[in-house]
Design a binder for this molecule. Structure first.
Ligand SMILES: [Zn+2]
Length: 61
């Protein structure tokens, strides 16, 4: 299966309010946005959170 990692969910924090965000691998892989449940801000995890930075490192490796 090509995308069997998609169900993996990572916990990170909202760059705006610091609240908890749950982001699936699929969301990051597709560069999708998520809405912060705490402040309602639209976040792009691949750009805005530490896991996005980690993902970029993996992609570049
Ligand atoms: Zn927030």
């Amino acid at each position: 299966m090509a995308h069997e990692l998609d169900d993996i969910r990572a916990q990170t924090e909202c760059p705006v309010c610091g609240g908890d965000l749950n982001v699936s691998y699929k969301t990051m892989r597709l560069g999708r946005t998520v809405e912060c449940p705490t402040c309602g801000e639209t976040i792009r995890p691949i750009d805005d959170t530490p896991i996005g930075k980690i993902q970029k490192l993996i992609d570049e490796a």
